[in-house]
Design a protein. Structure first.
Length: 406
């Protein structure tokens, strides 16, 4: 490898100040680190052969501690004690990454307790460093991510395929039958169908939080939600037709972050997929359900919309739901032809249900259909797909099986 020239910020006395400092025990690891800082275009760095003692000697002479410090524990007999000595010459803000050769869980936990951000096991690679050190944000990526809710988006291949009906009943099932805390976002700012299907009235909460995204906190967001029972909440808007959007594009992301901190599931009724709000929703979705019916137009649009969704940077896992919002009639696209055209089979086909759905939607209640393969059963299957829980019949079988074995 060609010699790499590193630029440093000069101090008035002693060694120069670096943002990234590493002391490692072997030349191979040194070369990996130099490749990493070169690829990341980090100008203020110091990579050298050595261990804890060399790091202490170097850091005791600089005016400011680095942002990142990577230290090799190869020659350290008492790593915790050595890192304690190292901490005495470092500012509290230094983000320390330890490097070793033992895949030792006990050591790893002990290092985390004394403030080390991460412990990497050799051989070191550039990819491992990139996953560990987030140069753009100036921080070490957290070893443990905070528990967060899931953002589930429902989109239709065209209007009238039953997107809101399916999304809303999945949300209701998760809240009422699986006891999750769920928030439902109707992203049609000019009044979607969700509120009437729940017998609620919009308070324009969605518009409110989007235009005040700069001063949001969990309490603020909670006050904008409309409750439907103890576990299901709705965030929606009903702006006057023709009214301008009172917020800038990109505001939805912050709202979703706060909601994911408080809810198991954030259900997004995407609506018009070309709307900037819908695009933001897809960019933050951890899972997408694309709903189609058995029409030629829906089949063609499914192909286009699948490509659009899966081209997002987050590339969310996407499942197809084939709905039958109308009674059976001649001329519908066969499932085999739909699958061949789209390139994948639907996850589920949802049977047509006229009477139970119509009554439920007009009364703002959950549909009641007793068919073993009806609409409600399909909603339960989607819920089980999200939660990972087996259906009730399967759970009953497993209980009997365990009882018999016992």
């Amino acid at each position: 490898m060609a010699t790499i020239e590193f630029s440093f910020t000069k101090s008035n006395s002693g060694p120069r100040i670096a943002e990234f400092i590493a002391f490692v025990s072997d030349r191979k690891t040194e070369q990996v680190l130099k490749s990493f800082v070169l690829e990341q275009a980090m100008p203020h760095t110091h990579v050298a052969i050595g261990g804890v003692n060399e790091a202490i000697a170097y850091l005791s002479k600089v005016e400011r501690s680095p942002q990142f410090l990577l230290i090799d524990l190869h020659d350290s007999v008492m790593p915790l004690s050595d890192l304690g000595r190292l901490a005495e010459v470092c500012e509290p803000s230094v983000q320390v990454i330890a490097l070793g050769e033992r895949n030792d869980v006990g050591l790893f936990r002990s290092l985390l307790k004394i403030g080390v951000r991460d412990y990497l096991v050799k051989p070191l690679t550039v990819e491992l460093l990139k996953r560990t050190v987030n140069v753009a944000e100036g921080k070490v990526s957290p070893v443990m991510l905070a528990r967060s809710g899931k953002t589930i988006a429902f989109a239709g291949s065209r209007g009238g395929v039953g997107t809101t009906t399916i999304a809303l009943n999945v949300a209701r099932h998760l809240a009422e039958d699986t006891h999750r805390r769920v928030v439902y976002l109707d992203l049609d700012l000019y009044g979607g169908a969700a509120n009437s299907m729940l017998a609620l009235k919009s308070n324009n909460g969605l518009s409110d939080v989007l235009q005040n995204v700069h001063r949001l906190d969990p309490q603020y967001v909670e006050r904008t939600l409309v409750a439907k029972g103890a576990r299901l909440f709705v965030l929606s808007a009903e702006l006057d037709y023709g009214a301008a959007r009172p917020f800038k594009n990109g505001a939805l992301g912050r709202v979703l972050e706060l909601l994911c901190d408080s809810f198991h599931y954030v259900i997004l009724d995407v609506g018009n997929i070309s709307d900037p709000l819908a695009v933001d929703a897809l960019d933050f979705a951890s899972r997408v359900y694309l709903i189609a019916d058995r029409s030629v137009h829906a089949t063609r649009e499914t192909i286009r919309r699948l490509r659009f969704i899966e081209d997002r940077d987050n590339n969310p896992p996407t499942s197809l739901l084939l709905n039958n919002p109308n009674a059976a009639s001649a001329g519908k696209v066969e499932i085999a032809d739909f699958t061949s055209a789209v390139g994948r089979p639907p996850l589920y086909e949802i049977a047509f249900e006229a009477k139970a759905l119509s009554i439920a939607e007009n009364l703002g209640e959950a549909p009641v259909d007793k068919s073993s393969n009806g609409f409600s059963q399909s909603i339960m299957r989607i819920g089980h797909d999200l939660t990972g829980q087996p259906p009730a019949v399967e759970r009953s079988f497993l209980r009997k099986f365990r009882f018999r074995r016992g």
